[in-house]
Design a protein around this ligand. Structure first.
Ligand SMILES: [Zn+2]
Length: 392
């Protein structure tokens, strides 16, 4: 479970960074790695050999010669489904098998009934991961397919205590409070299982795929629930217990203040989440059954749904303004099903500009998360890859 929490500078030239330079194409040879890291060729060679012996790097033929002997090219082994990933949502789970570069080899979406409880839900999803990994011909070529599996990353739509992998007081997850996800999974797969909350996985997946050159970023996940993940100095920032970035129960200005699942009133989640929009519309007599129905109404320009989406956007913008003033990120990106909701996005953006210091917004990028439905499992895979590399 333990992730190396050393600051980014201390990792300069560390195995994870060497691997990332190769994975992103920034380096194709030992000489490139030596130049980028500032490390001596012999130190680089030693680290590269260790990564090759762990199967995390491979040498592929010859690169371009600059005079003498043509250098062998380094690459991250691709194509093998060796990392399992689960991104659990309120009604669906995205399950995938990914390679060591974090690329999706196979993935599928399954319907989920959270109320069936953690054993039934996680048991079925772990079985699905095994099926996806077994179904990969490249993995089967290596002998036992599951033997090639390096680890499983799991995202949970609720607070996860990072040191233990335990779920603590989640909203809308009856029967899951206090459940030890890591221990349950350890009894079913014999590879490391890393558990985190879904917003953190989205943040990691989006950062690694779209913004890896930026050091400070905030990612909002707005779906049935609402949360955020924070990248600070290039790393996922979890705080002391793992709750960093959880903005769901921050109070916003709302009159009347709707009651929240946490027992308070006027929480961001009670005003701006997908579940809150469904509840509010039903309260106004609109027969809508789920978030899909709400989004359809907004797309159709329904007056009540659009007004609620604007109000939700202002509420998200208010909280984000505090976050941006406090943390001064380079980018704020919004993902999740509400990210495509234009009225919400527009009022969030307007509130953010209105409430932030000019210095904080001068160069601030405000974007949608572009990585699509696989962003969570991509983040989960990177958690596992980082863990495997740190252990190697
Ligand atoms: Zn609350």
């Amino acid at each position: 479970m333990t992730i190396d929490d050393a600051p980014r500078d201390a990792l300069r030239g560390g195995p994870r960074e060497l691997l990332r330079w190769v994975a992103t194409g920034a380096a194709v040879s030992r000489a490139d790695l030596s130049r980028l890291s500032g490390l001596s060729p012999s130190t680089v060679s030693q680290r590269v050999e260790a990564l090759i012996s762990q199967g995390l790097l491979e040498e592929t033929g010859a690169g371009r010669s600059r005079g003498g002997r043509r250098p062998r090219q380094l690459a991250v082994p691709t194509g093998g489904a060796v990392v399992g990933a689960i991104d659990l949502g309120a009604h669906h789970a995205r399950v995938g098998a990914l390679d060591l570069s974090g690329r999706v080899v196979q993935a599928r979406t399954l319907p989920v009934r959270i109320e069936d409880g953690p054993e039934a839900v996680l048991g079925a999803l772990l079985a699905e991961v095994a099926t996806l990994v077994d179904g990969d011909p490249a993995a089967s070529r290596g002998g036992s397919a599951t033997g090639a599996l390096r680890g499983v990353g799991i995202g949970i739509p609720g607070p996860v205590q990072h040191s233990t992998g335990r779920i603590v007081s989640p909203s809308r997850m009856p029967g899951w409070n206090g459940f030890d996800v890591a221990a349950f999974c350890a009894g079913r797969v014999d590879v490391p299982v890393i558990v985190d909350n879904d917003a953190n996985l989205m943040a990691l997946g989006a950062h690694r795929t779209a913004h890896s050159e930026l050091d400070h970023a905030v990612y909002i996940k707005a779906g049935t629930g609402i949360g955020s993940g924070v990248i600070s100095s290039g790393r996922l920032h979890r705080g002391a217990q793992g709750s960093a970035g959880d903005i769901s129960h921050c109070r916003v200005v709302a009159d009347p203040a709707p009651p929240c699942t946490c027992g308070n009133a006027g929480c961001l989640e009670a005003v701006a989440s997908g579940a809150a929009l469904v509840t509010a519309l039903r309260g106004q007599g609109v027969p809508v059954s789920d978030l899909t129905g709400v989004i359809r109404l907004i797309d159709d320009g329904d007056r009540q749904a659009t007004a609620l989406a604007r109000q939700a956007g202002r509420a998200v913008g208010e909280i984000l303004a505090v976050v941006v003033n406090f943390f001064n990120p380079q980018v704020v990106a919004i993902g999740g099903r509400l990210a495509d909701c234009e009225p919400l996005l527009a009022s969030m953006r307007a509130t953010l500009y209105e409430r932030c210091l000019p210095l904080a917004t001068q160069t601030l990028l405000i974007e949608r998360v572009a990585a699509g439905q696989d962003v969570g499992i991509t983040g989960a895979a990177h958690l596992v890859i980082d863990h495997v590399v740190a252990a190697a």
